[in-house]
Design a protein around this ligand. Sequence first.
Ligand code: DON
Length: 596
Amino acid sequence: MPLDLRPLVLAIGLASPALAQQTADAVAPEEATAPATLAGLSPAAQAAWDTKAAGQPTQAQDWMVAAANPLAVETGARVLREGGTAADAMVAVQAVLGLVEPQSSGLGGGAFLVWYDAASGEVTTLDGRETAPLAATPRLFQDETGEPLGFFDAVVGGRSVGTPGTPALMEEAHRRWGTANWPGLFTEAIALAEDGFTVSPRLAELVAGDADRLGRFPATTDYFYPGGTAIAAGDILTNIAYADTLRQIAAGGARAFYEGPIAEDIVTAVRTAAGNPGVLSTTDLALYEVKERPAVCVGYRVHEVCGMGPPSSGALTVGQILGMLGSYDLAALGAEAPEAWRLIGDASRIAFADRGRYMADSDFVPVPTEGLVAPAYLSDRAQLLSGDDALPEVAPGTPEWDHALLWADDQALELPSTSHISIVDSAGNALSMTTTIENAFGSRLMARGFLLNNELTDFSFRSHSDGVPIANRVEPGKRPRSSMAPSIVLTDGAPSLVIGSPGGSRIIGYVAQAIIAWADWGMDVQQAVALPHGVNRFGTFDLEAGTPAEALQAPLEAMGFEVSIRELNSGLHAIAVGDVLQGGADPRREGIAMGE
Ligand code: DON
């Protein structure tokens, strides 16, 4: 008998603030939820916030920007209103995010960017992922007996810090696609850093929940615990060191970051981190390069879903999930059918089996990129879904591949922070960028007003399993495997949806689910990002606590799934492109979508 899950859909329009409220009590430090409102919003930002809270998409004709903090979105809106491109706006948005949402992304981190160029109709992807220092070895995260370190023993301190990529990515995107004056893109961020910005409830909650780790390093303690007390929501916080760093980048470009005193201070912070120093050097910074990579595009229904290939597993895994589901009529099943979630859940498990075996930095290890998303391979794998119950066991497949090496399964662990930016400009260019310092507050080390990433803990801590090498092991200069899935969906060759999310390896499920909600279930972009989550990566079916998704527990258990009810703190920001632009911002976080 079909289960009546109507509230799963019907609640969406009303769900936004209520959903956040219901879940606010049980948050882990890294998973603070969005407040009912934010202090000090401009009238335009307040209107965008109210639209989100009402469960509606923001509408616009000309341009749109969606990101995780209203101050950052307003800065991007100013750039777009003045005729800047999506690349220009991204630089301005990222500069402000690094100040007002420092726990998630910033100059000390890395990012992946997907760009649709209106003039050429081409999709380009840029890899601004952190690199492992040249002095790193595969045993970076192992103790003297070769056993993996505890996760936070590895994260907190200098050991986990990779060479930041975000400043170089900002510059490269602006060099290729920007038209605005570079220094002018930092104006608001510098002013906010000097005059002060209002601390958001989410930032305050995360600071309060991370006292022990943030308290280990004097520069970090001084900033987040001035005078020994945690910053509180509504406080006005300045960051003079950050303003100075931005001024130097505004005047001297990314080079001012990668060479000279800023680079030296980053290296000093890493190498002198008390209790857990790292091996990053000024040479690593001086050698850092953004890489253009081929976009990974997979057909889904009438669409092409394009995104970031290795070293991210994002587009390959999202593409595998959607590619397998293409043989099943999810539209006919509908969002309320446990059967639809069985298919999504097990397609995801199958894709994660391949992800764990094959996906890593393809500059260092051969990756069967094309074979993994070849239509014949995916339709073969989709046959596994043809039963009625949960798959008892899921194993990696054998995609077409001319390389003899086979890897052991990965054993990396991931925990939350990160931010996603979606932008469409008035020329029709589209930008999708997921940006991160990895864990909330990264390594907890600060230099020059920004936090340093802990991205290297996205590598597998083990280098081998039963004597077989793991593809995602640490190697000097290598980029750790990511799950970030900045995506641009094309319909008839033009962008129809720009989307991405934070969430560690759950990003893959969040993005795939939102694309399905929009493409198959007829949801608008705000409904798609607000839809309660069901995510299955390695076997356990995670259902979003405090939402109608909990009603899936009994039917999924009856199919043989092990169900876990938990917080699922996505941060989806999306823009649907049609006759008008529609923006969606995740009700679980503090972002908005604005456009004109
Ligand atoms: O690159 C990755 O996949 C992770 N470092 C992203 C971390 C993340 O999304 C945390 N999210 N809440």
